[in-house]
Ligand binder design. Structure first.
Ligand code: MN
Length: 257
């Protein structure tokens, strides 16, 4: 049987499960909030054009308004100043949007400490048990944060000192960008950097290092708990917005059962 027929047969017989890692898009979908004087993104919203009425008797359709970085979304290199000469989201090659993924589960650590930071030693310890990170693939960093995505306040977890959400250390961001074989980092939080990363030196090290190295980010993923540590294939579909810095994306995982 041709390979693609085998793939479809495996999906239909549930030997390969398709798992949706995407957050639903609605006005309450959490969005990042930056302090003054920085600009902010708008919440997702819809504007009805017609609904089987005098504006369009047989059809229903909407316009929608969203930021590029709303809900489950893809960060392209040009999102950060370090990647300003790199790819915009329309330039990402389709072949790289289908790629292997591994899941590193630090949900217990993030539950105990919302400011938990992933370090290179954590990844090296994981590799000693599961093998190397995938060449040209995704490192998916599970923190359990998707359970908070129903509430903007719980998701951003901010107090008077700013947001407190898990991320990666400065050294780990550098290692992922320069030494690891992955093409990108996927997270469950509102961005790839820790909530407190505004105060790191340098600030927002994950954005700066990974996007500066031409790598990618995927954020606000859900259902990583349903994925195996290794062996999943990720299909990430950002819209090819010309000169866009990112895009909401439907992200699916294929998992062999
Ligand atoms: Mn983003």
């Amino acid at each position: 049987m041709p390979l693609l027929d085998q793939l479809i047969a495996a999906i239909r017989s549930a030997r390969i499960e398709v798992i949706d890692l995407t957050a639903r898009l609605e006005p309450s979908t959490p969005i990042i909030r930056l302090p003054a004087p920085f600009g902010n993104t708008v919440p997702f919203s819809m504007q009805e054009i017609s609904h089987y009425d005098e504006r369009g008797p047989a059809w229903y359709w909407n316009n929608f308004t969203t930021g590029e970085h709303t809900g489950t979304h893809f960060d392209a290199p040009v999102h950060w100043i370090t990647g300003r000469d790199g790819q915009d989201v329309s330039a990402v090659s389709p072949g790289s949007l289908v790629a292997p993924a591994v899941v590193l589960d630090f949900s217990a650590e993030a539950s105990a400490d919302p400011d938990f930071l992933l370090e290179p030693e954590h990844i090296k310890k994981w590799e000693s048990a599961h093998g190397s990170l995938p060449e040209g693939g995704w490192l998916l960093y599970r923190t359990g944060w998707d359970a908070r995505s129903g509430s903007q306040a719980d998701f951003l977890n901010a107090n008077e000192t700013g947001p407190h959400t898990p991320g990666v250390s400065v050294e780990c961001a550098r290692w992922l960008a320069e030494e690891s074989p992955v093409m990108g980092l996927g997270v469950e939080t509102v961005g790839t950097d820790a909530g407190a990363a505004h105060s790191f030196n340098p600030p927002f090290p994950c954005h700066a290092a990974l996007l500066g190295a031409g790598k990618y980010g995927l954020t606000q993923l859900q259902n990583l708990a349903s994925l195996p540590a290794t062996g999943a294939v990720l299909v990430a579909g950002p819209l090819p917005i010309v000169s866009g810095s990112g895009s909401p994306a439907r992200v699916l995982a294929l998992v062999e059962r």
